[in-house]
Design a protein. Structure first.
Length: 382
């Protein structure tokens, strides 16, 4: 008869200890204060281990210690000590440390030191460093100003697919800084950057196709790129899409779509879009006619200093359309539009001014002056 092997039972004491340990770990993991304390202790241990290795001269550990000190991760933040350890690693030729110390000096506006280390990393092919070095040459920060060298470094990064460098190189060719203006080259680099998703390049490329700059004019292609940027929330592109639908230029004409895009841009504070949306509500084009909504959008654009909106808002206050009739408000906005050269506002002021009661006239002019004083400190008033 074959023997049946039977495993001996585990000692009960061991089973009980394992059970209690597992339970204790489970409970501790659910207590936030304990978890936090555990992470802090663990972090300090990891820092000490990295520090010992760094002190022995290991460049990668020196880099890690510097990063911990810069970010304040696992140890208190200490930028001075971060620089010390980054420098040790960088002087050993550690490429990542050269990038980090260069960036740290850059953010502290120590451009002489920044340019030294960023240049080291750029020469080793780091695209972010090449992009930053181009910016330093463009502005003459820590290096002798040179548009030519700026373009040289931008091109190196751009040819490796660096999106921001492609866009910046396109801007250089568009503006003709340090080189002849070249629309086809600008279009080429805007296209490369736009394909990756750069919103500024998508908008610029839309303008190029819209106006035939460096490319053959193509309204549909312009609309395509404007829409890509508009979908990323760019107010300028949203406004351009509204104009496209207004005119049916490159897209099927649609006041509904036009109003939709005007509203998206208007909600971001784009004053011309606010004015145009006011027109849509006033006329009932693409939206249900609503004088109250029209007045609200005219008001927002008027407060940003747009003379056409100030004039339309004045008329609405004068007629009581969408707002209560208020001759003081009407005259105030007329005066403000007149001061910016709005001819129709000037004609109305000259016509009704002499007939205004002296007290209302004085109050309107006082409020106009108060508006101008307040607007002087605002960046959104043109």
């Amino acid at each position: 008869m074959p023997l049946k092997l039977i495993r001996p039972p585990a000692p009960r004491k061991w089973i009980l200890s394992a059970f209690l340990l597992a339970g204790l770990c489970f409970l501790l993991a659910r207590v936030p204060a304990v978890k936090s304390a555990y992470r802090a202790v663990k972090g300090k241990i990891e820092f000490k281990i990295a520090l010992r290795s760094a002190q022995r001269g290991d460049a990668e550990s020196q880099l890690n210690v510097g990063k911990m000190l810069e970010d304040g991760v696992k140890v208190p933040k200490d930028l001075n000590q971060a620089v010390v350890w980054y420098r040790k690693a960088a002087e050993q030729g550690n490429f990542k440390a050269q990038v980090q110390i260069g960036l740290l000096f850059f953010t502290q506006n120590q451009f002489d030191e920044a340019s030294k280390w960023i240049s080291e990393a750029a020469q080793k092919g780091d695209v972010e460093s090449q992009y930053l070095l181009a910016g330093l040459y463009d502005k003459g920060l820590g290096v002798e100003q040179s548009y030519g060298k700026s373009a040289q470094w931008l091109r190196q990064a751009a040819e490796k697919g660096h999106m921001e460098s492609q866009h910046a190189l396109g801007v250089l060719f568009l503006d003709g800084r340090g080189m002849p203006r070249n629309y086809p080259e600008a279009a080429k680099w805007f296209h490369a950057s736009a394909e990756i998703g750069h919103v500024g390049s998508q908008y610029n490329l839309g303008l190029f196709y819209d106006r035939g700059l460096g490319v053959k004019r193509n309204p549909a292609e312009a609309a395509k790129w404007f829409e890509k940027a508009a979908d990323q929330g760019d107010a300028d592109s949203q406004f351009q899409m509204a104009l496209k639908y207004d005119k049916g230029d490159g897209v099927a004409q649609s006041y509904e779509q036009s109003a939709k895009w005007y509203e998206k841009a208007a909600q971001q504070g784009f004053n011309q879009a606010q004015y145009n949306l006011g027109n849509r509500y006033f006329r009932g084009q693409g939206v249900k006619q609503d004088f109250k909504q029209a007045a609200q959008w005219y008001q927002q654009a008027a407060e940003q200093g747009l003379p056409r909106a100030q004039y339309e808002l004045a008329l609405m206050y004068g007629k009581g359309q969408g707002v209560p009739t208020n001759l003081v408000e009407a005259y105030k906005w007329l005066v403000l539009a007149q001061m910016q050269g709005h001819e129709e506002a000037d004609a109305v002021v000259n016509k009704i001014g002499p007939a205004m009661p002296a007290d209302k006239l004085a109050e309107a002019e006082k409020q106009a002056l108060q508006f101008l004083k307040k607007a002087a400190g605002r960046s959104d008033v043109k």
